[in-house]
Design a protein around this ligand. Structure first.
Ligand SMILES: NC(=O)C1=CN([C@@H]2O[C@H](COP(=O)(O)OP(=O)(O)OC[C@H]3O[C@@H](n4cnc5c(N)ncnc54)[C@H](O)[C@@H]3O)[C@@H](O)[C@H]2O)C=CC1
Ligand SMILES: C[N+](C)(C)CCCC(=O)O
Length: 482
């Protein structure tokens, strides 16, 4: 069972089943203008029949797809780990939030409805919530399967078609989703995967028959996607980067705060957009907190991500590893103390010795003006900062161009909600971090983007509202009997 999907892909997609470090796992062709045009053409045809189905009918297909994902959980998770490098343990969690997303939007598909408004003289109006048409999803490499599901499930539930482009660093797992959708009963071409990098992404954003673009990635690329979409007056959803604050007050449950700080920094080797990398700790507990954080970080098992007990695999590629290590170097140069980690890691297993591993890093003596505190590192690097008062920490936490997420650990209920209200972010976690139930909207403030994924509200980002006026009397014309 475990490698059935992998084997199928080996046959169909020239995927090479090998676990050797630095070996090629797949050779896929980039889609050019011709392939993008073809995908859009087929998506338009599929859209015609899919958009005419009732919400209940669409719901059944999504539920079947969710069931198949659940059934193939281990195979998909294995593939995701080979695709991305994150531990199998985490890939399984990602597969769970993926099928849950399909189930959630299957549940909402039949509830898409407008309203009826009574008007003067018996006339009335009503609104219809209609799909947009062919939507494009462009994904980042850190949560490849999950991103494909988080974008496609609401889009398809609303009656749209979707063309999805995964990151060229992680091209494989979105193909599994396409296969599952087709087997579950979606018309061919309704969910189409095109492969490639910037050029393919541009063809998609610029295509006149594309109605909407939902993008997950960096701020500079998000800016380009928005510019291209603006030329075609296309709505966009932008899920961009972050430099999120995690605020730990001295009245917190310290054990939970320490666990929360690790979850906020080290999932997927720290390559998570909403990570709470600026860890503000109130002066009274900073020594106890730091000691415990270092102890727990030292215990994180780094190595072969396909092993059951591994919790940290390699980073995505060599240039990115170098970039992350560069941030640690500049932090030291700017006066921060590397309390633990932050260096290249060579696993004992000889087959992994060229892997892109590093030890998770704890930086202390950080100042707000340091590069490691201002810029998104997108790696396992936690910066610990000390604070004294609530007002002070709120000002410092909000002094960032980003606004994706934040966390607050405290036992004071009023303070927790006061702080949550003041933070300029799209998601605020109280006494936890990086939990992402699909029922809750997720997205950014400020330069972290706009639009939301997950939650009921996302239906609005994948549909448009039509108003229908119905006259029950006669037309009163100002041009009559002049
Ligand atoms: N807010 C969120 O939900 C998330 C945000 N991110 C952010 O993404 C970044 C890391 O991901 P990367 O894949 O390196 O980002 P990236 O911006 O380099 O690439 C993202 C996607 O855009 C495509 N692309 C590149 N140039 C394009 C262009 N000119 N037109 C259209 N598409 C283009 C890429 O091929 C890829 O599929 C980080 O900054 C991170 O914070 C990552 C995951 C989640
Ligand atoms: C699942 N979660 C909350 C850890 C991360 C989701 C956003 C991302 O793709 O980085």
């Amino acid at each position: 069972m475990e490698h059935r999907v992998l084997r199928e892909l080996v046959e169909k997609q020239e995927l090479v089943d090998t676990r050797e470090v630095e070996s090629v796992i797949a050779t896929l062709q980039c889609s050019g203008q011709k392939e993008v045009n073809l995908a859009v053409k087929n998506a338009k045809i599929a859209f015609k029949s899919w958009s005419k189905k009732s919400g209940m009918e669409r719901s059944r297909v999504l539920l079947e797809a969710a069931r198949m994902i659940k059934e193939q959980k281990d195979a998909i998770a294995t593939m995701e780990t080979i695709n991305n490098g994150k531990s199998l343990f985490e890939s399984r969690l990602d597969v769970d939030t993926s099928w849950q997303c399909l189930e959630y939007y299957a549940g909402l598909a039949a509830s898409m409805a407008g309203e009826h408004v009574q008007l003067l003289g018996g006339s009335f109006g009503y609104t219809r919530r209609e799909p947009l048409g062919v939507c494009v999803g462009i994904g980042a490499w850190n949560y490849p399967f999950q991103i494909a599901c988080w974008k496609s499930a609401p889009a398809l539930a609303c009656g749209n078609a979707m063309i999805f482009k995964p990151s060229p660093f992680t091209p494989v797992s979105a193909l599994l989703l396409a296969e599952i959708y087709t087997k579950a009963g979606m018309p061919p071409g309704l969910f189409n995967v095109v492969q490639g990098g910037a050029a393919t992404g541009q063809f998609l954003c610029q295509h006149p028959d594309v109605a909407k673009v939902s993008f997950t990635g960096s701020v500079p690329t998000g800016t380009k996607v928005m510019e291209m979409s603006a030329k075609g007056i296309k709505p966009v959803t932008l899920e961009l980067g972050g430099k999120s604050p995690l605020i730990i007050f001295s009245d917190c449950n310290l054990e939970n705060a320490v666990k929360g700080a690790l979850v906020a920094n080290f999932l997927t080797q720290g390559q998570v957009c909403c990570n709470g990398t600026r860890v503000f700790v109130q002066k009274g507990i900073i020594d106890a907190f730091t000691k415990e954080v270092v102890e727990q970080t030292q215990r994180i098992k780094i190595g072969d991500p396909l092993l059951e007990d591994t919790r940290m695999g390699p980073l995505i590629n060599a240039p990115h590893l170098e970039r992350v290590l560069g941030f640690v170097k500049s932090a030291k140069e700017q006066g921060a103390t590397v309390l633990y980690g932050g260096s290249l890691y060579v696993p004992t297993d000889p087959k992994l010795k060229h892997g892109y591993y590093m030890t998770p890093c704890i930086l202390t003596n950080c100042r707000d003006d340091m590069t490691c505190v201002r810029e998104e590192i997108f790696g396992p690097v936690m910066s610990i900062l000390s604070f004294e008062t609530e007002a002070e920490v709120l000002e410092r936490a909000n002094a960032s161009p980003y606004g994706l997420a934040a966390g607050v650990f405290t036992r004071d209920v009023q303070r927790a909600h006061r702080v949550a209200a003041e933070l300029q972010v799209g998601t605020c976690y109280i006494n936890n971090y990086n939990v992402s139930p699909v029922e809750l909207p997720f997205g950014g403030y400020k330069k972290s983007g706009f639009g939301r994924e997950n939650g009921r509200v996302t239906i609005e980002y994948y549909s448009q509202l039509k108003t229908v006026y119905v006259e029950m009397g006669d037309v009163e014309s100002p041009f009559e009997n002049q």
